[in-house]
Design a protein around this ligand. Structure first.
Ligand code: GLA
Length: 775
């Protein structure tokens, strides 16, 4: 699937072809990326035709007036040789100049993948193309790696720079990949936001100039996720050509899309050059993180299916690869820091009775951690809250039949902690400046070996002593004052921090493969492929409001499979938005991910308990489809609807989530559309859910035989002990009918209530189960 013929490289995946060639002067010229080509398709037909001289450009070589690097589609480019677009490098070469000219020297095609030293990378690729480029004047080499993941339709790229000259080379910019696309009208899509509003999808036209998508907070960030797409203008969820990109990296990243005056579009991605500088001495090499590229001509969903397959099969590894995730209870939103053993055991007992499988003890279990002011760094049990030891508490949880998981924030320290009092030098700060705090805490200096050793020893000891089977690894502030006395060149700080983090994670978790790691950074401040190489799932956001989660999880779903997205049912009204949403919707949204509950189970009414027990039973029955089925976003023409769908591997069962944000009065009829299932006959039914009479407020008096006061005791008791069955629909039809859409029952619109009305109102939702009956 990697071929080299007539100076042309051709990389084929199941449905795509990537082609480039070596020019007569040794540069790599990009030829084609798109749907699979015929074996007869030739580079000379597909490549850019250079038959005009372009005014005021610089000729690369006097022998060819049509060969100007600035006007070519390239796979890699330099500075100082006539290409004025953004180069993937900015190198102060050993001769002190910024001029380089890397041209083809040799190549090799190898089976499988070649791992990167110190950085996580994708595994079990099919073949890797290794191309060596040499500078024409100095003894400096760049090696480009292209790995093909055939079934995922993914190609990864990375680069290694080696200085074989006696003088030092300074890297100011060295991207993982670069490619120039032929002129085309593209839109660029990115995932942007901030704390509690992560991963909102944004679209902008690619016009002449440069669009930059980057982070400089020390992590991949909730501001701009490293993943992005370029899609032809008319692209929809199911039709059109889309290129998807991502980076296997958790630190500062940068991607740029540049359209030049002749509409050629240059894409590059890699480590953010901002505040970056790396010194490379004789015989030293620098390896970039691995960039990920995919193409689909089946719209955004097609691109997502490729990325999901890639993450599930080539990023997530170890014992949790393709394994169903446990259903967890987390005490954070139920108790915050205010708990004791008795309270936790009651919550655990409730969680077990409702069908949950894992109890996660979140922040506040250690040191003087009674608020976020103190205690971070002191991972010794807080005996006022848990009077015995952690093992004793963990055993009590396990004896109830639950697994036990624990929260840590190992990269941080509170100044008010024993760790800081004993080792103030462990925290990042500049010696001559006032230290900066965020959430009352400082970041530990992972560039220092003694700090890394301390974290590894401390966390490992607790994991082993109490036989922990799940860890939530948190990181709650951004880095500032990037400075470490452990390194000579401060331009290396951010990258060395991330290398330090990866080393720590490997040292702790490689030896303990049974532990399920869920990473978190104030929610999704580090939701990236680098972290997914260690943690099979990531807490997507501190925002658990289901209506906000529709935006967050939709955004993430473009690049990350549902098996990686932590999503929990929490209290309503919601702690951040005050939005009051039905319990059914909180579950219906959270089910599309790794489900958990994070609310005070002790306060649930008997109706809510029954409801939650049914939700959990339903989720367990369909968990594999939710987490590993083929996920698609179903387009709807209505702005107040979101529709998600998961189809099982055999394509005989589908789950559809139908969500309404703000109701329109007298809503027009809705349709249920199911796609991607086998031809055949299907039974479709609504997941049974409850309608709480409190939802109707004073309106209830219109149907009640006795007069009820809306805030009276009878209403309040009725709401706790009585609920209505929500509308259920059930029908049989063909896959073709489902693909075109089946009209659903009318929505409630104030003209009376009957059991065939879908009561959606604001924030209502239903799950529809579609199951094949003719097999
Ligand atoms: C962060 C996490 C939350 C919770 C708290 C605990 O905000 O995102 O889920 O663990 O820390 O302090």
């Amino acid at each position: 699937m990697i071929l080299f013929k007539d100076n042309t490289f051709r990389l084929d995946t199941a449905n795509t072809t990537y082609m480039f060639r070596i020019t007569k002067f040794g540069h790599l010229e990009h030829v084609y990326y798109g749907a699979s080509l015929d074996s007869e398709d030739l580079a000379e037909v597909l490549a850019q035709k250079r038959t005009a001289m372009i005014g005021n450009s610089v000729d690369y070589d006097g022998s060819d007036k049509y060969y100007s690097l600035d006007n070519m589609c390239l796979e890699w480019s330099d500075n100082g040789r006539g290409d004025y677009r953004q180069s993937p490098t900015e190198l102060k070469m050993p001769d002190g100049s910024f001029i380089s000219d890397f041209i083809y020297d040799s190549h090799d095609i190898k089976d499988g993948t070649i791992p990167i030293k110190g950085l996580p990378s994708a595994y079990e690729g099919d073949q890797t193309l290794v191309i060596t480029l040499k500078d024409t004047a100095l003894n400096v080499v760049i090696t480009l790696y292209y790995t093909v993941f055939k079934k995922s339709d993914v190609i990864t790229r990375r680069a290694v720079l080696t200085n074989n000259s006696p003088g030092p080379l300074h890297i100011r910019r060295f991207m993982s990949m670069m490619v120039d696309f032929h002129p085309e009208k593209f839109n660029m899509y990115t995932l942007d936001g901030g704390w509690i509003k992560e991963a909102h999808l944004n679209r902008r036209n690619v016009e002449q100039g440069i669009i930059v998508n980057s982070s400089n907070t020390g992590n991949s960030s909730n501001r701009h996720n490293p993943a992005f797409m370029l899609a032809e203008e008319s692209c929809t969820e199911d039709h059109g050509r889309v290129f998807g990109f991502n980076l296997i990296y958790s630190g500062n990243h940068q991607s740029s899309v540049e359209k030049n005056g002749r509409d050629i579009i240059r894409v590059s991605t890699g480590i953010n050059p901002h505040l970056f500088e790396w010194e490379l001495n004789e015989n030293e090499s620098f390896e970039t993180p691995e960039a990920v590229m995919t193409f689909s001509n089946k719209g955004f969903n097609g691109m997502s299916h490729n990325m999901h397959h890639f993450v599930n099969n080539h990023i997530v590894r170890g014992q949790w690869k393709n394994r169903e995730r446990p259903m967890l209870f987390n005490n954070w939103e139920a108790t915050f820091f205010n708990f004791d053993e008795g309270k936790l055991l009651k919550l655990a007992k409730n969680a077990k009775d409702l069908g949950m499988e894992l109890f996660v003890l979140d922040d506040g279990w250690f040191g003087e951690r009674n608020s976020d002011n103190a205690g971070l760094g002191d991972y010794n049990i807080n005996t006022k809250k848990l009077p015995h030891n952690l093992k004793n508490f963990a055993d009590k949880i396990r004896s109830m039949g639950l697994e036990f998981g624990l929260w840590f924030e190992p990269e941080m320290v509170n100044p008010d902690s024993n760790l800081y009092r004993e080792h103030p030098e462990y925290a990042i700060r500049h010696p001559d400046r006032q230290p900066l705090l965020g959430r009352n805490q400082m970041v530990l200096d992972l560039c220092k070996k003694e700090v890394r050793d301390h974290i590894v020893d401390n966390v490992s000891r607790i994991l082993d002593e109490s036989d922990i089977s799940y860890v939530k690894w948190d990181m709650n502030r951004n880095i500032a004052e990037a400075y470490s006395p452990a390194i000579k060149n401060q331009g290396e700080f951010y990258h060395r921090y991330i290398l330090g983090l990866y080393e720590i994670l490997s040292r702790i978790f490689d030896k303990r493969p049974n532990i399920l790691l869920e990473s978190c950074a104030s929610g999704g401040n580090r939701f990236d492929l680098g972290m997914l190489c260690f943690s099979p799932q990531i807490w997507a956001s501190d925002n658990t409001d289901p209506i906000e989660r529709l935006k967050i999880q939709t955004g993430l779903s473009y690049f990350y499979p549902l098996s990686t997205i932590g999503s929990h049912v929490s209290q309503a009204p919601h702690q951040q938005t005050l939005r009051d949403t039905p319990l059914s919707t909180r579950f219906n949204v959270s089910g599309f991910g790794c489900l958990g509950y994070e609310l005070d189970l002790r306060n649930l009414s008997s109706e809510e308990k029954k409801d939650i027990a049914n939700q959990i039973e339903f989720y367990k029955k369909y968990r594999k489809i939710y987490q590993y089925g083929t996920f698609s976003r179903i387009s709807t023409s209505k702005a107040n609807k979101v529709v998600w769908q998961c189809v099982d591997e055999d394509k005989n069962t589908a789950l559809t989530g139908f969500f309404q944000t703000l109701v329109n009065t007298a809503e027009s009829d809705d349709r249920l559309i199911v796609k991607g299932i086998n031809m055949g006959r299907y039974n479709v039914r609504t997941r049974p859910q409850r309608l709480y009479i409190g939802r109707f407020g004073e309106l209830i008096k219109h149907i009640s035989p006795v007069e009820l006061k809306p805030d009276g005791i009878i209403m309040s008791l009725a709401n706790r002990h009585f609920s209505l069955a929500d509308s259920e629909e059930s029908f049989i039809c063909s896959s073709n009918a489902l693909e075109s859409g089946i009209p659903l029952s009318s929505q409630f619109m104030g003209t009376g209530y009957n059991k065939n009305l879908r009561v959606l109102g604001d924030f209502g939702s239903y799950i529809y189960i579609t199951e094949r009956i003719d097999v």
